[in-house]
Design a binder for this molecule. Structure first.
Ligand code: FES
Length: 383
């Protein structure tokens, strides 16, 4: 049968851009121009449907705009070692100054099986006592440890959970982990922010995996401690939180609630004030990822705006029976709620439009999401 060539534009115009997306009907094509030669491959990446036509060229490979998988600009084959991971390629020709593409692909999409990341396993609470995960977020010099008020109270809370309440406990100090900042995949597209986190999947050395493992697969109670720094939580807290967007985003893109029956509670200490604002930030985020809170979900201490005597502050916290008792009581309230949830709450169906999903209907109705419907159909809305 004669090819049904489709005119996609003037060669003189198209050759100005090394990689661009053109549409043939509903089919997205990544059209490339390299060393005097055009190439045409599918515009839908094999990974999770990212737009290859919005990527860039590296040598002879189109680099996906989302997570940087690579496909040969003319054959569609994956980079060396991943040749079986191929996207369809199309015949292309230039005639009478126009670029023509045959919409019948000359090769098929094929996928090389990739190892499933351990974090992607089914989330199933293992039997056993209530498990309390402490996350200390204060930033200190790791090589020269020193006293921290927020660490100290967190350790009191964990000690009480273990010794008095019979819980399993684990402490993660963020400052001891090496992990990358969130690189904003969500800002490219909600679908580009994946579970497990795109960075975790790409970078085996990234230790945020330990936080994901503890929060998603292990802990029943998540106890977070933070200092107040310039009126906010610690910078490491925010670094962790940005990386946890992938947990919340599963609600939005896949109707999946990763945190069920989890309790969060907080310890906030500062030389100066702003406790209520910090608590509001922490509560807001952990409610968005689906956590429950005990009655009175945080304890806090600060010296106040005009107190600069930090030596006295650390001495005060170290010696304050009231604060350490308060930390223990916070752990007690969190563990009590977790016990009720774990024992009595059976896994329900998926929450209906949990978090901010209610907005999705509106935005879909108002804005055509260029080319995304096709990707979603092809990938079944899955990551
Ligand atoms: S690399 Fe293309 S969608 Fe992830």
């Amino acid at each position: 049968m004669e090819p049904n060539w489709v005119d996609v534009g003037a060669a003189a115009d198209l050759q100005k851009t090394p990689v661009q997306q053109v549409m043939i009907g509903r089919t997205k094509i990544a059209l490339t121009y390299l060393d005097g030669r055009f190439g045409a491959i599918s515009g839908v990446c094999n990974h999770v449907g990212g737009p290859l036509g919005e990527g860039r060229l590296k040598g002879e490979f189109v680099v996906c705009a989302w997570h940087y998988w690579k496909f040969h600009f003319a054959t569609g084959k994956g980079e060396p070692g991943y040749e079986e991971d191929a996207v369809p390629a199309y015949e292309i020709k230039v005639e009478t100054g126009r670029v023509w593409i045959n919409p019948e692909a000359i090769s098929k999409r094929s996928r090389k099986p990739h190892k499933v990341h351990p974090l992607a396993r089914e989330i199933k609470r293992a039997d056993g006592p209530i498990r309390v995960l402490g996350i200390a977020t204060t930033a200190l010099t790791v090589k020269y440890p020193r006293y921290s008020t927020s660490d100290d109270l967190l350790e009191s809370a964990l000690g009480h959970a273990k010794d008095a309440l019979g819980c399993e406990t684990q402490l993660i100090r963020l400052r001891e982990l090496s992990f990358r900042h969130c690189e904003g995949f969500y800002s490219k597209s909600a679908q580009a922010c994946t579970w497990p986190c795109s960075i975790t999947q790409m970078d085996a050395k990234d230790q945020m995996e330990q936080v994901y493992e503890g929060v998603v697969h292990w802990g029943d109670v998540i106890l977070i401690s933070t200092p107040i720094r310039w009126g906010g939580a610690s910078s490491l807290y925010y670094k962790m939180i940005e990386r946890m967007n992938c947990i919340q985003n599963q609600e939005t893109i896949a109707n999946k609630t990763l945190l069920r029956n989890k309790v969060a509670a907080f310890i906030i200490t500062g030389g100066q004030d702003n406790i209520q604002a910090v608590a509001g930030q922490l509560l807001g985020f952990f409610s968005e990822v689906g956590c429950q809170f005990p009655q009175f979900p945080f304890i806090a201490h600060s010296r106040g705006w005009s107190a600069e005597d930090m030596e006295n502050n650390t001495r005060y916290v170290r010696n304050s029976k009231m604060l350490h008792d308060g930390a223990a009581a916070l752990a007690g309230r969190a563990v009590a709620l977790a016990t009720v949830l774990v024992q009595n709450v059976k896994p329900a169906g998926e929450p209906v439009r949990g978090g901010r999903k209610a907005h999705q209907l509106d935005t879909r109705a108002q804005l055509p999401l260029a080319g995304q419907e096709e990707a979603r159909e092809e990938f079944g809305g899955q990551n």
